[in-house]
Ligand binder design. Structure first.
Ligand SMILES: *Cc1c(COP(=O)(O)O)cnc(C)c1O
Length: 355
């Protein structure tokens, strides 16, 4: 604490990212990174950009990358917004589209950055309780509101809702922006992006994606949002009032090559889904109850056992998972899907702990 801190800084409770431990030989299953490398084409594109041109500022608009994203998703480049990771995109979304006189709604159990941004930017919010089985019921999101945001699939539960359910939410909720954070959409959830194509594009749906998870580029920091051009224009106004060059040359080049390598994404996501199914069934034989997941992580508990104790026992065996000390979910572990070998090490460690 310094006497020079502004009043808002004194009230902040910052987001705590999953730890990035420096120990060697660790089974790191705590921050939902991909266990497989990024597209080799992305790595080659970054190498190629690693030259004297780095003295020059990058394209502030990221036009080529926007074009590639628009092409992949059947959209117009004017429907694409870029940011330094989707966390930055989300920050601009809160300031530019969700800060209104009425509170913004999001689930009580969800990505814990949302309330952090609300506090930073002075945005009123209300949480909406998940159902009995940790599901989002869009009927619980009443109008009027200042906006609605949730991940689909939700984090840390891994549970998704269908695109048609989001369509009916949009039909009821026409006077504020609905933001769907699709960070984990590539592991078996239907994306809402098709709703944005052509003239039928609603003026109040924004879909946020990241290259950190399924494209295995968490270290590059690239995310984007897609939606109606008028929403995108609002985000550009915020971005150009904050940092006009959020994506460096290496990031733009690498992201573009990654977006164009859909085959790599499909191959690695399919592998993750296969490993997930196997792990869920092995955990089930040990007595674990796992929520149905369409993400690259699972949310699981062992009845009669404390989540904190299991977390600690795994940690002592060099396996790092995520545990949240929060009401209702304190007995759950969020476990990232790694390689088959990492899964085997996890299951072996759990057997040892439970023996
Ligand atoms: C990981 C994650 C993000 C942030 O991703 P970055 O692009 O790395 O900033 C956003 N939303 C959710 C729900 C996430 O889990």
């Amino acid at each position: 604490m310094s006497r020079f801190w502004s009043p808002v800084v004194q009230t902040l409770t910052p987001y705590v990212p999953g730890e990035q431990p420096q120990m060697q030989r660790l089974v790191k299953l705590n921050t939902n990174e991909s266990p497989y490398g990024p597209s080799p084409k992305a790595l080659a594109a970054i190498q190629e950009q690693n030259n004297e041109d780095l003295r020059l500022y990058p394209d502030p608009e990221g036009a080529a990358l926007k074009q590639a994203i628009a092409k992949l998703h059947g959209l117009d480049p004017k429907q694409v917004f870029l940011g330094n990771g989707s966390d930055e995109v989300l920050a601009h979304v809160f300031v530019g589209l969700l800060k209104h006189s009425k509170p913004v709604y999001f689930p009580d159990i969800t990505y814990s950055f949302y309330p952090v941004y609300c506090k930073l930017f002075g945005i009123d919010y209300q949480t909406v309780a998940l159902g009995e089985n940790f599901e989002i019921d869009t009927a619980d999101y009443k109008t009027p509101n200042g906006g609605i945001i949730f991940p689909n699939p939700n984090a840390p539960t891994g549970r998704a809702i269908s695109r048609s359910e989001i369509e009916s939410l949009l039909a009821r909720n026409t006077d504020s922006v609905v933001v769907i954070d699709e960070a984990y959409v590539d592991y078996g959830t239907g994306s809402c992006i098709p709703l944005l194509r052509g003239n039928a594009c609603p003026d109040n749906l924004l879909v946020v994606h990241t290259l950190s998870k399924s494209r295995a580029l968490a270290g590059l920091r690239v995310g984007f949002a897609v939606g109606h051009p008028d929403l995108i224009e609002g985000l550009e106004r915020v971005k150009n009032s904050f940092n006009s060059y959020p994506l460096g040359r290496l990031a733009q080049a690498g992201a573009m090559a990654a977006i164009e390598d859909q085959a790599h994404l499909e191959k690695t996501s399919a592998k993750v889904m296969q490993t997930r199914a196997k792990l869920v069934s092995e955990l089930s034989s040990l007595g674990f109850e796992t929520l149905p997941s369409t993400a690259n992580f699972i949310f699981t508990r062992l009845p009669g056992h404390s989540g904190a104790a299991l977390y600690q026992a795994l940690r002592e065996r060099g396996i790092i998972v995520r545990h949240f000390k929060l009401a209702r979910i304190e007995d759950f572990l969020r476990i990232t899907i790694g390689t088959d070998e990492q899964s085997s090490e996890l299951v072996a460690a759990l057997k040892e702990i439970l023996a």
